[in-house]
Design a protein around this ligand. Structure first.
Ligand code: NAD
Length: 271
């Protein structure tokens, strides 16, 4: 098969969590551009999810918005049931939902710790576990993909780079690294591909306050060798590639998409 044809997701169904905004929306749209039908999960913003669905309809694609809290076991099961009723068995799942609740350690409440861990890590576990169960039930569909299923987590450069004043977030993403790798080790022999994308600084709601501070963007750019803040579409395109047969031999990897942030640019010429 020629390389451009391998990028096609035609005939496949996908679920993207936290797709009412930011990176999740861009991933949902990129998967639809590649031909997949997409279930657009949201938690707070129904309007945001409907906007994502409209963007996919405008491309001539198929999409449906479904509310669920990824930290709730019963919500996650119901999310998959509704997605499969609407689109048929799922071939691709992108566990993207995530949040921050920053505080210095002395001020970090247990609630702030639990809120971030339950969405970013427990949510990834619940969404990932259900993806594996559903892929198994679906069975191979060699006419659309060489893999039984593709599960992609949205991690962060902070699965590698420690982050002061945000220990809850960094711990959740550090945990996600070994969740992804251990899961990949467990299920790869079933032809289930588990991988992560790890974004650097991408312009979305999650970091708007940080970017809009005086010199906020300048401080971010100092950490990025490539000297631009990322767009959600940078992650969308990479996720669509990771979901496609063009990356069929990529298993258990974290793809850093960060303009070089993980190169520790402060060491350039010094250190
Ligand atoms: P965002 O705030 O626009 O998106 C987060 C999404 O997750 C929202 O749609 C929100 O409704 C959803 N969400 C939060 N809690 C949820 C829950 N319990 N159930 C279901 N959905 C829930 O910000 P974003 O930057 O697009 O974040 C998306 C992912 O990207 C997160 O996992 C984040 O950690 C990761 N990330 C972002 C950046 C960045 O620079 N923007 C960098 C690295 C990693």
């Amino acid at each position: 098969m020629a390389y451009p044809d391998m990028l096609s997701l035609k005939g496949q169904s996908a679920l993207v969590t936290g797709a009412s905004s930011g990176i999740g929306r861009a991933v949902a749209v990129a998967l639809a551009e590649a031909g997949a039908d997409v279930a657009v999960n949201y938690h707070g913003s129904r309007e945001g999810a409907e906007r994502t669905v409209e963007m996919i309809h405008a491309l001539g694609g198929t999409a449906v918005a479904i509310r669920a809290d990824v930290a709730s076991e019963s919500d996650v099961k119901a999310l998959y049931d509704t997605a499969e009723q609407a689109l048929g068995p799922l071939d691709i799942v992108v566990s993207n939902a995530g949040r921050q609740k920053d505080a210095a350690i002395g001020d970090m409440s247990l609630d702030a710790w639990n809120a971030v861990l339950s969405t970013n890590l427990t949510g990834a576990f619940l969404v990932g576990r259900e993806a594996i169960l559903r892929f198994r039930r679906k069975g191979m569909r060699p006419e659309v993909s060489r893999a039984l299923g593709k599960l992609i987590f949205n991690s962060s450069v902070h699965e590698r780079i420690p982050w002061a004043f945000r220990v809850n977030y960094a711990a959740s993403k550090g945990g996600l690294k070994l969740l992804m790798e251990s899961l990949a080790q467990e299920v790869s022999e079933e032809r289930i591909r588990v991988n992560s994308v790890a974004p650097g600084a991408i312009a979305t709601e999650i970091n708007r306050a940080e970017r809009e501070k005086d010199d906020g963007e300048k401080a971010m750019l100092a950490l990025i060798p490539y000297k631009r803040i990322g767009d959600p579409e940078d992650i969308g395109r990479a996720s669509a590639w990771l979901a496609s047969d063009a990356s069929d031999y990529v298993v258990g990897q974290t793809l850093f998409i960060d303009g070089g942030m993980t190169l520790y640019p402060e060491f350039r010429g010094g250190g």
